[in-house]
Design a protein around this ligand. Structure first.
Ligand code: 5AD
Ligand code: SF4
Length: 447
């Protein structure tokens, strides 16, 4: 008789920070720990186990982890049986140091150690304190590749690769996620078929750099062929992917935007900067003109393609002229949305040693200027949608509960009055109003 079979369910309170990769790992964590009798709870007061799945891409994300741990400290003082653990990128970076720094922490598991989590939790139940942050070999990683949890749902995320080999000079990802590996194509297609069988209609393929999917694996499909195979599945109506590296956008991928109507008209294509000198120092492998030429080719293949991006402000040595080059990139690309960040020095990265670090004040001022301009551009793009008909995949009921909500092809949230029977369907919506974070429309006719 197994211990878990007779034990009452225990509460797992899991907080996830950072990118979709962590969200996807958290799904795996829930499923791994359910075998030990842990069930997710939404109130930490009901937890027997508190786990933080962390992000270290910027210093702010990292310090948040210590704030959250501080908050859970009192719970541990009241209940010594409570187990507290840290996983994800901060865990990978800090390892044993976290156990030393935070005396009430019970376990630390790195980005390659999800499979060891049940063992670490069992150990913690016996009073052990351990950290597991070894990187594992490619074959083992492929065999342990996290599968999405069996949750159903209309829009699903599927991780197709992990890690990154690009070593952009500011970025900690290659250090905390390890080398790039591409998941086996057959496994990806199998998982998507299963999801489609359970009602999935939209699939987003995930990875740090999805465009280089399969390049190191001669036996696997290339990215464009993977997209074609998924688009050929009858039940799948929409396909998206993120994140793309501008250098790896191949002619075959561009052709997919012309060929595959199911591939949505949106690409997230982080430029990081509009200045050639800064792009060079960032080790991005492309210049401003190449980036713009890629955007032009993509829009030729798919007229009206919405482009979103990431920008880092205040990279070491960024002059006023470099910053203005970035501002003018916004005018040329006309991003639908832009995520902009102040440069944050990260351990181990090349740029941490660069001269010309900027003051906080300059960085903040430039960030505000950039965000103000982008806010206007986003507003103009949304205003121009008023009166147009957009195809929307209805995902559920809006947060306020009185409308249906979904996303347009270009990935904008659209709310629309209508009957819940439309959930899971593609419908045509005439846009009536544009709000800062969503559009409001009326059903034109059922798709
Ligand atoms: N500082 C600021 N922003 C960063 N990003 C990655 N590393 C850093 C850093 N050290 C941003 C990039 C990336 C996004 C996920 O986070 O813009 O595309
Ligand atoms: Fe970081 Fe560059 Fe890799 Fe993106 S491509 S994860 S920014 S190293």
């Amino acid at each position: 008789m197994s211990e878990t079979a007779i034990a009452a369910p225990k509460g797992l309170y899991l907080e996830t920070f950072g990118c979709q990769m962590n969200v996807s790992d958290s799904e795996k964590i829930v499923s791994l720990l359910s075998d030990l009798g842990y069930r997710p709870v939404t109130d930490p007061a009901l937890a027997d186990l508190i786990l933080l799945n962390t992000c270290s891409v910027r210093a702010k994300a990292e310090s948040k982890v210590y704030d959250y741990l501080g908050r859970h400290r009192l719970r541990k003082l009241k209940n010594s049986r409570l187990i507290i653990g840290v996983g994800g990128c901060v865990a990978q970076q800090e390892g044993e140091r976290l156990l030393k720094r935070v005396p009430y922490l019970d376990l630390v598991f790195g980005t390659h150690s999800l499979h060891l989590l049940p063992e670490l939790v069992r150990g913690a139940e016996r009073g052990e304190r351990r950290s597991a942050t070894e990187f594992i070999d490619t074959e083992t990683r492929l065999n342990l590749f996290p599968q999405a949890a069996d949750t159903g749902g209309i829009t699903r995320f599927v991780t197709i690769m992990q890690g990154c080999d690009n070593f952009c000079s500011y970025c900690v990802v290659p250090y905390v996620r390890g080398r790039e590996i591409s998941r086996r194509s057959a496994e990806i297609l199998g998982e998507i078929r299963e999801m489609a069988g359970r009602g999935a209609r939209e699939i987003t393929l995930l990875g740090q750099n999805v465009n280089s999917y399969g390049l190191k694996s001669p036996d696997e499909l290339h990215f464009a062929d993977l997209l074609r195979e998924i688009a050929a599945m009858d039940d799948i109506q929409r396909l998206r992917f993120t994140t793309s590296h501008p250098r790896d956008i191949s002619p075959e991928l561009i052709a997919c935007f012309a060929e595959l109507p199911k591939l949505c008209g949106h690409i997230h294509l982080p430029a990081q900067s509009g200045s050639d000198a800064i792009l060079e120092r960032m080790n991005r492998g492309y210049g401003r003109e190449e980036y713009l030429a890629t955007v032009t080719s993509l829009r030729k293949a798919r007229p009206g393609l919405a482009v979103t991006g990431d920008i880092i402000i205040g990279f070491p040595g960024e002059s006023e002229a470099d910053f203005e080059a970035t501002l003018s990139l916004l005018e040329e690309v006309r991003y639908a949305d832009l995520f902009s960040f102040v440069y944050s020095e990260r351990p181990e990265t090349a740029a941490a040693g660069y001269s010309g670090q900027l003051s906080r004040g300059v960085k903040q001022q430039r960030l505000e200027r950039l965000q103000r301009r982008q806010h206007e551009i986003t507003g103009e793009i949304c205003e121009a949608l008023v009166g147009t008909v957009q195809r929307v995949l209805i995902e559920g009921v809006s947060r306020r509960g009185d409308q249906l909500t979904g996303r347009s092809d270009a990935n904008r949230i659209v709310n629309v009055p209508g009957d819940a029977s439309l959930i899971g369907q593609l419908v045509d919506v005439t846009i009536c109003q544009s709000h800062p974070n969503s559009l409001l429309g009326e059903l034109s006719r059922e798709g």
